[in-house]
Design a protein around this ligand. Sequence first.
Ligand SMILES: Nc1nc2c(ncn2[C@@H]2O[C@H](COP(=O)(O)OP(=O)(O)OP(=O)(O)O)[C@@H](O)[C@H]2O)c(=O)[nH]1
Ligand SMILES: [Mg+2]
Length: 237
Amino acid sequence: MVMANNIEKARVLIVGDSGVGKTCLTHLIAHSESLTRPGWTVGCNIEVKLHEYKEGTPHQKTYFIELFDIGGSLSHRNTRGVFYTTLHGIILVHDLTNRKSQENLRDWLFEILNKDGKDIRNLSCDNTFDPEQFLGSTQLPLLVVGAKLDLSEEKRKSNQLQKIGSIAEHCGSEEIWLNCRDSRSFAAGTTDAVKLSRFFDRVIEKKNHSRELPNASSDRRKHASAEAGNKISSQFT
Ligand SMILES: Nc1nc2c(ncn2[C@@H]2O[C@H](COP(=O)(O)OP(=O)(O)OP(=O)(O)O)[C@@H](O)[C@H]2O)c(=O)[nH]1
Ligand SMILES: [Mg+2]
């Protein structure tokens, strides 16, 4: 039997505006069940998911994915930076019935990357932060989740992700739309379950890669910072 403390860990941050559904989503991922009445998250709520890396291949290995579900309320803005120091992936969550919550994902990304990659701090005021370029060069895996699909008649009918102009398109990441209160949303074998599993595989690869090359990420960061400084970024929407 594998001892729990021999299992390696990788960490994913789950961010987005208050009330978009992060705690429901986190619970669903970790426990495969729905959570009907979550309270507002104060600080950070941590859940753990056992993930089979490269399941079904000779490289299969069990990992812990630590899910850091960050309270989205504005009042915690100044203190939540402590959670951004070690991370191997980010899930950006928005509410499909609230367009503003999608637009705000850019600010969330900036808040995290700015903390993690201190080199880009000075770019905050002159609008030159380009998340796509920065993410590309840090190779930090990203997943975008649109919650409350059950409440969005329009999105349910269209039955297709409209990625054009979205942050997922801009950053070249996958996007999932779902009802976080439906325990079947990540049922085995569904497209969304496969997307999530692939995302966690990339998170683990990111972790293993940064361990192998301890200096590489800071080199890349410097490079990204220099490049981002040369580029005027556009708005997402
Ligand atoms: N109908 C529906 N309700 C949802 C869904 N996801 C979340 N909710 C509800 O939305 C409310 C807020 O969800 P939370 O998961 O607490 O939101 P949060 O993003 O964690 O909010 P903070 O902790 O304040 O940052 C709760 O009442 C949930 O039950 C969904 O997919 N569909
Ligand atoms: Mg919460």
